[in-house]
Structure formats: structure tokens, C-alpha cells
Design a protein around this ligand. Structure first.
Ligand code: TXA
Ligand code: MG
Length: 385
């Protein structure tokens, strides 16, 4: 059985946190809220505890885990001394949705956490429940998102229970997670921050601290088989920050390059990290054309007896006539779409929607991370109309 505690997100009671922390100390797995999504935690130093995470999620063992800390003092036992840009990133963005890949101290964490790499990904979450739990456990806490592998990340305790009840020791329910998408994963090289996974901290924000920011999400271990996709991707597009135009560059490979949509490939297991059970296609273009395309495709699918769905922005929802029109959030406030995306994907699964068309958004700010997740949920099926 899985214990559940319903706690106050802003000031959880010490007694409840102590119970959950005790399970972590005993080598068990406990799910908890963070400001991004719910995580499934275990003592990062214990092979046995970390193995339970992989087993509960059905996660491939070659995908390393993020280690969560409650204060920077915990870093001394995890990573080699750091300075410069790494220290500035921590000062500016911790606690918060930024994960930094650092050289790991030998033996500091279970090799299962790092999947055999000589680096460890670390973050300090900005959520009172997460911070209290990690501090009470008194150990670094390895925690991937608390979903079954291949399912959308959980933004509510109910999502965790749907996926993992009976498979984990406990769930601390602190209500809705914040950002709704995972943390930004970066590595630092000299004055450059390289984004391995876009997320809650945007490139624009990183540029307030770093001289250069580059995107390289296909280089992340979790996306290692993306080489095939990379081959179809056009040269890097360069954007320039207005504030410090002379010095700063964001090099962003467009995630929705036409070359990719011209040759949609069947998704490999490693691409469909966030896939709904139905087949999803990401549609790009001017709104009237998108609506007409979805209408035509939807009618054809309906005639075949398939249940159809549209993942839409609130502003456009009334333009579609599918069986299930689900709103992810507002196009005018993409933070709301980030918060709503994963719950929307889950609701297609609940309704048994078989064919889904998703709207696209501009790739600036949090829109970049949102599009990254939409592309993955669509298994790289992208159509330009
Ligand atoms: O917001 C988040 O980051 C959430 C919450 C729970 O903190 N966690 C999360 O964990 O999203 P997970 O396991 O779903 O994603 C971890 C990502 C993967 O893309 C993994 O490949 C990358 O971090 N990662 C972990 N260790 C790494 C390392 N040493 N080097 C490069 N990438 C690493
Ligand atoms: Mg995950």
C-alpha cells in the first residue's frame, strides 16, 4: 500500500514531513510536489533505494536521475568545487527550476543515479514541501518525475496515484505543482551555458547571468537516439538578445524545422517521452489553415470510426468540432498552457481519444519548453499547413 499525506503546500506540518522523510531514510520511494512537477524521491546514495525508482517507473536504466538538495552545503559531498558562472547560476536561480550538470565526486551517489556518467545533475527545488522533506531526510534525494515511464509528468498527486499507487511507499500531496513543465537542465563550459533540456528557466533568463547560451537538447543522454533526427535538422538559427546585442547569442536549433516535418519518422521509444495513448500530430501554420486541416483530417478519421481530439489554446477552442477539444491554456499567457499541458494529455487518455491534433505556439520564453514537450508528445509528427 501507498501512504498518502495531504499537506499545506506553503507550510507543511513537521510531523507529516517527518513520517515521509523516515520512509526515505529506510530506503523507500516517496513522491512529493516541486515547483515544476511531482518527483519520485529516494536516497541518492543507496543502490537499493534508487533501484526502486527505476522499477516503479519502468524507467530505462541508461537515463540518469536529478539529485535534489535543500541547501548548497549538501553540494560539498556531491560535486567537485565550482566557481564562476556555475556559482552565479546557483545564486540567481536556486532554489528554482534549474538543474546544473556538475562533475560528480567518486562514490558520492549510487552509480544508478548517474547511469555511469562522471557527472551528476543537481537542483534545489523552490517548493516548501520539497525543501522540508529533503532537509528532514538529511540526504541528497534522487527524483525523476513521478510518472510511469512514457506517461506525461504528474502535476497533481492524483496523477502520481493513477500511475504509481501500490508501486511506491508514499505520496505527499501538496496540491498542484507550479510551472507544470520540468526544470531546465544545463551544463556550463567557460562562459557558456548549454541547455540540454528546455524548461522552467528560459534562455532569456539565463542570459541575465551568462555571456552565451546555447541549446543542445538532442545531446542530453535522455535523447541519445536523437542522432537520426539531428541528421534531418537544418543549420542553427541564431537569435540575438536585444539588451546585449553585441555579446550575447542564443543559438537555437528550431524544434519544428520543416526538414523534420517533411520526413516524419516513426517515433523511437526514446522520442515519445510524453506521449498520450492516441496518435498525436503537431500542426503549424496560420490559424484558418490549421482549422481547415484539422477539420478535414478529423472528418476522415471520424468516418473511419476513430475518436478525435484537438489540443487547443483557449482562444481557439470554439473553432474545432472534434469529439474531445481540450484546452491546455491561453496563447496570450503561455505559462498557463505550460501548467495545463500534462493534465490535458492525460485527459485524452481517460477519454480514449485515438487521433489528436495539437496547436503550436511561438518558441520564445516558456514557449520553447512547451513546444519541446509538444514535439515529443507528438512523437515528432509535425505538419506544416
Ligand atoms: O523538474 C524536474 O526536473 C523534475 C522534478 C521532479 O525535479 N525532474 C525530472 O526528472 O524531470 P527526469 O528524470 O524526468 O528528467 C531528468 C533529466 C533527463 O533528461 C536526464 O537525461 C537528465 O535530466 N540528466 C540527469 N542526469 C544527467 C547528467 N549527469 N548529464 C546530463 N543529463 C542528465
Ligand atoms: Mg520525466
Amino acid at each position: 500500500t501507498t501512504y498518502q499525506w495531504r499537506v499545506d503546500a506553503s507550510s507543511p506540518r513537521a510531523s507529516e514531513i517527518a513520517e515521509a522523510a523516515k520512509l526515505l531514510q529506510q530506503g523507500e520511494t516517496v513522491a512529493f510536489p516541486t515547483e515544476t512537477v511531482y518527483g519520485l524521491g529516494a536516497d541518492a546514495r543507496s543502490d537499493e533505494a534508487v533501484a526502486r525508482i527505476f522499477e516503479a517507473k519502468g524507467r530505462p536504466s541508461d537515463n540518469p536521475l536529478i539529485v535534489h538538495i535543500a541547501d548548497t552545503a549538501q553540494l560539498a559531498s556531491l560535486a567537485a568545487p565550482y566557481d564562476g558562472l556555475t556559482a552565479r547560476l546557483m545564486e540567481r536561480f536556486w532554489p528554482g527550476p534549474l538543474t546544473i550538470v556538475l562533475p560528480v565526486l567518486p562514490g558520492a551517489v549510487s552509480p544508478r543515479v548517474t547511469a555511469g556518467l562522471d557527472t551528476v545533475a543537481v537542483r534545489m527545488p523552490a517548493h516548501p514541501v520539497a525543501l522540508a522533506l529533503i532537509a528532514a531526510a538529511g540526504c541528497p534525494v534522487a527524483a525523476p518525475s513521478a510518472n510511469r515511464s512514457g506517461r506525461p509528468s504528474p502535476t497533481l498527486a492524483a496523477h502520481v496515484a493513477d500511475d504509481l499507487a501500490g508501486r511506491i511507499a508514499g505520496i505527499v500531496d501538496g496540491g498542484a505543482a507550479g510551472v507544470g513543465l520540468e526544470s531546465t537542465v544545463v551544463e556550463v563550459e567557460g562562459d557558456t551555458v548549454r541547455i540540454l533540456r528546455p524548461g522552467g528557466i528560459t534562455a532569456e533568463e539565463l542570459l541575465t547571468v551568462a555571456e552565451r547560451v546555447e541549446y543542445d537538447d538532442v545531446a542530453a543522454p535522455g535523447a541519445s537516439s536523437a542522432a537520426a533526427v539531428q541528421a534531418t535538422i537544418a543549420p542553427m538559427e541564431t537569435r540575438t538578445s536585444n539588451e546585449r546585442k553585441d555579446k550575447l547569442h542564443v543559438q537555437a536549433r528550431s524544434l519544428v524545422d520543416p526538414a523534420v516535418s517533411a520526413a516524419p519518422r516513426s517515433p523511437g521509444m526514446k522520442y515519445t517521452h510524453y506521449a498520450p495513448q492516441g496518435t498525436m500530430e503537431l500542426v503549424q501554420g496560420e490559424l484558418p489553415k490549421v482549422v481547415a486541416y484539422v477539420q478535414a483530417q478529423g472528418s476522415a478519421a471520424g468516418a473511419r470510426g476513430e475518436r478525435t481530439g484537438v489540443l487547443a489554446f483557449a482562444e481557439h477552442a470554439d473553432k474545432y468540432a472534434a469529439d474531445d477539444v481540450i484546452v491546455m491554456g491561453s496563447l496570450a499567457d503561455l505559462a498557463t498552457a505550460a501548467q495545463g499541458l500534462y493534465a490535458a494529455l492525460r485527459s485524452f487518455d481517460e477519454r480514449g481519444t485515438q487521433r489528436i491534433w495539437a496547436e503550436s505556439c511561438p518558441e520564445s520564453g516558456i514557449g520553447h519548453a512547451l513546444m519541446n514537450r509538444l514535439v515529443k508528445a507528438a512523437g515528432h509528427r509535425i505538419v506544416r499547413v
